[in-house]
Design a protein around this ligand. Sequence first.
Ligand SMILES: [Zn+2]
Length: 132
Amino acid sequence: MFLEKLRRFMYGRYGTDELNLVLMILGIIVMFLSRIFWFWPLAIISYALYIYALFRMFSRNIPARQKEYYSFLKVWTPVQKWFRIKKTAFRERKQYKYFRCPGCRQQLRAPRGRGKILVTCQRCHKQFKQKT
Ligand SMILES: [Zn+2]
């Protein structure tokens, strides 16, 4: 009964996405910070983040919300990618050395313990010496 009502209420509304999740988590973090430092403007920011997330959830202007989501992804995807590379590099730190190509900044890796090797970047074909 309640679920049916909720479904009817949410019909034609945007619902939730990753951006809302990030807004909520940010809201929690900012709320914590405001409690730790007893700094009330942070509490207002935290409420604003929650209200914005709720507003997006119940919004009927779906194209506008999708547009927000796509601009969010433009920033969020590289951030996620960076964290994923750092995580993998940490997990494989004993087997592989991670470094960037000096030509195109492409992330590369080589097995450790081979001394100085000549690396050829697969993206820009630049050759450079790298200690492994
Ligand atoms: Zn390169």
